[in-house]
Design a protein around this ligand. Structure first.
Ligand code: 6GU
Length: 290
């Protein structure tokens, strides 16, 4: 996969070089170029924003700067900074020596239209399903807006060359899109085959089955007088699976009850949830006691 990020704060994207994403870069499954938007600014002050038509507070990012930036990134002609992995280099052939599949996996600007992701609190909520869809793309371009956003015509015009997605990472406001790019890129890249060692570890993620993941434990069996739930040390895999399922259901019911309306549930799941509800109404009667 190829990722391009256009931003006025290129150094903000440096964390992409580390840990999991660094490993993906190291394995040539991912290449990341970061572009400074000011490179496309035309006046002496390198200004990228202006006051909004119609009045109001804040500034809007200018179309004459963003337009050419997104044109050259789509065309693959934008000179950016290629992020190198922060990890110790593996003993392996360099990307340009690789033949076939691995090289193709980072081949920029293939036949597919690139996807333009515009992080904004006014976007559609970003979900695990979006992460899964995006993990199958060849080329993602992120446009980081600051201030009050980007002139809407930039987005409308970009839709002629890109699949455009305006996305939000939650119901709160960030100063700009950079942190959202880190979040989205990490959620997407970890799903690319070969990036995570263990396939099961993302099949069992919270949300993959529509439920939250339950608690996990490791050694020692007793720590600060707290014991690991006995079932986990029983060696009975059937019981362990059922217990984990119930932990998942109980946590989802307590923290994200709306997920239970769409999660696939079987008869045993429904019976367990019924028990939880019954226990709750026994504990906290809905009619106040005298
Ligand atoms: Cl994606 N961008 C910004 N700037 N703020 C946000 C957001 C994104 N998601 C929530 N708040």
């Amino acid at each position: 996969m190829k990722i391009d990020v256009v931003t006025i704060f290129p150094e903000y994207l440096d964390p992409l070089r580390h840990a999991l994403l660094g490993k993906a870069i190291e394995k040539d499954l991912l290449a990341v170029d970061v572009h400074d938007l000011r490179h496309w600014a035309t006046d002496v002050h390198k200004s990228v924003d202006d006051s909004p038509f119609g009045g109001g507070p804040g500034m809007v990012m200018k179309p004459e700067v963003w337009g050419p930036a997104l044109d050259s990134v789509a065309a693959g002609t934008a000179a950016g900074t290629r992020l190198d992995s922060s990890l110790p280099h593996l003993d392996r052939p360099r990307h340009d020596e690789l033949a076939g599949e691995a090289a193709a996996s980072v081949a920029p600007q293939g036949a597919q239209q690139p996807v333009l992701i515009v992080p904004t609190p006014a976007g559609k909520p970003f979900t695990q399903r979006d992460a899964q869809e995006l993990s199958r793309e060849q080329h993602l371009v992120f446009a980081c807006g600051r201030y009050e956003g980007i002139d809407q015509r930039v987005i409308d015009d970009a839709a002629r060359r890109y699949h455009v997605r305006e996305v939000s990472i939650g119901d709160y406001v960030l100063i700009g899109g950079e942190v959202a790019v880190l979040v989205i890129a990490e959620a997407v890249v970890r799903l690319i085959p070969g990036v995570l060692g263990n396939r099961r570890s993302h099949e069992e993620d919270s949300f993959s089955d529509g439920l939250l993941e339950g608690p996990s434990y490791t050694k020692p069996r007793v720590w600060r007088e707290l014991e690991v739930p006995e079932v986990l040390t029983s060696g009975n895999h059937g019981l362990v699976d059922r217990w984990r399922r119930e932990q998942s259901l109980a946590r989802t019911w307590a923290r994200r009850p709306e997920l239970l309306e769409t999660a696939p549930l079987d008869q045993a799941d429904r019976a367990f949830l019924e028990q939880l509800r019954a226990a709750e109404s026994a504990d906290a009667p809905s009619t106040p006691q005298p």
